[in-house]
Design a protein around this ligand. Sequence first.
Ligand code: ADP
Length: 611
Amino acid sequence: MTETPDPKLLWFNFLKVFTRALVQINLYKADHPQVKQALIESEGLLAQISETLDGGDFSITLDNDKLLINSTPLIASDKLPNSLRNLFTKFRIQTITFTKGASGDDILALCQVQAFKGDPKEFLKERGVERITLNESVYAKVDTSQPQAAQPAQAGQAGQPGGPAAEPGENVADRISGQGLENALSTIAGRVTSDADEQRRIVEILTAKFKEEIVAEVKKALEVVHREKKKVENDMVRTESVMTSMADGVVVVDKDGKIIMMNPQAEAISGKPLAELSGKKIVDLSQIENQVVSLAREIKSENKEDISTEVAKTGPAELAETVKKATAIIQNEDGKIVGSVSIPTDAAKLKQVEQMQQEFIANMTHELRSPLTSIKAALEIMSRDASKEDASGRGILNTAIRNTERLNSIITDILDFSKLQSGKLIFHPENTSAEETAREAADAMRAWTTSKGINLRVTNEPGVPFIYADRRRTVQVLINLISNAIKFTPQGGSIEVSADAGKEALDGFVFFSVKDNGCGIKKEDQDKIFEKFVQVASGEKVGGTGLGLAITKAMVVMQGGRLTLESETGRGSTFRVGMPVYRGQADQAVFEQLPEAPAEKKSWWKKLLGK
Ligand code: ADP
């Protein structure tokens, strides 16, 4: 007689061997000897258990925290090996029932269920397993007022993780849509497993993954923002540095364009200290030589309109043009300023070029004049020697002499003008007789007036004071005016040259007049004719450079005098030159140049008392 084994021992043995089969099927193929061995042993033990049950079913139930065999509690669920417990929890199986005659192949199919993702019952059915059946868990109705504590019925201990279990048929998506992230994850985990630890781990893993992804996404988004920020910062720095290298001098103005601040470089450029320019309009700066001012139009009018790109420019046109041509902005593809190229065309360089040009004109005119003087001298000798009978030959020679004189006067004009521009026209003022000056100029022009049939008179006022002027230059001034009068007065006309004490009641001046009764000058042309290169239309076609009056006026003004004109078309013109009366200026100048008298040596007690 064989001894009936202890049923609990058989159960434990079966659970042990079946668990081994569950593990090994994950490691080896189904026909591996170790798997086969575990299945044979499981089948044998099942048969033995069936004996003890008189052919009745053998059921294993995982209920809450206990494992029950045929409703008899056998062991606490936390003592079970994971693989066995997972078989129940993964598919929410509550009970596995083995009917008598369950084979090794049936047990193999049950083991393979672990790796299956679908419905385990279907899986067994498809494999023709009839002697093993699975019963799913039945979930408790959820108390929605306590979502945090709600648990699946079999796992349901308050305080354990896991969201409220869904009722069968309830849509999980609907449930989690109203929950916070952690609760939603707990709910999902609760659907996956009833194991509290497993649920907690799932929630932890998902939360960590979620966090990881969010951090990565935020980092990616921030990288774009950082890149953009860096780009803007770089652009700003670049524009600033370009602006700084373009304009070291900085002038700050208020809304009316009045100067508030200037840095030392700007002071150097303007040539005046801030103290002097503060409060003045910046546009007035352009009146200082060699300055160009560009100003946005809005600065002057405080309107609310959109900013205009227009800029108003003041300053000499040629200089503004030169400055514009000297600098080019370097832009990138997006039109942002990234640099500038400049050609060094500072005012000093311009001045240097101007000076070279003036020196060239001075040299050239000088060179032209020497041969001209020889030609004129030769012509005069020939004219003197020409026989009185040869009237036509003499006439030709006289024309040649007149032309050399004209050429000479043009060269003199150009030379004087270039000297004026370069500041090399020097005056030697002295105590000079106005009457003699007027007469000398008239006498020099007499031959020409005679040949043209014009009556030239000198009508000096007796007792005119002496003037303080460069005699040679003042004679030249009057000669210029008389030669113009001759040019624009027809044959038979008259010219009157005089010196008077000043009808203008201007104290301290003696006035020269050159009055003709020629064609006269139109009112609108009377200011223009003193500008360089200006020749206004007149009845008579005459030569000249248009420089004569510009030079004449400059020579008068530079000696402290004044030049005025009164004229009427068809009735002649009167040019008046006012020159300062001599009042001992030269002696005064000499006195001013004397070294200062040495300061009286202070005695020690005066120094001490500050006296
Ligand atoms: P230019 O050397 O060519 O004569 P100026 O500067 O001396 O040039 O004179 C400029 C212009 O002024 C002349 O072209 C002429 O039209 C006008 N003008 C000067 N003087 C007289 C005058 N006495 N009568 C009429 N027109 C004159």
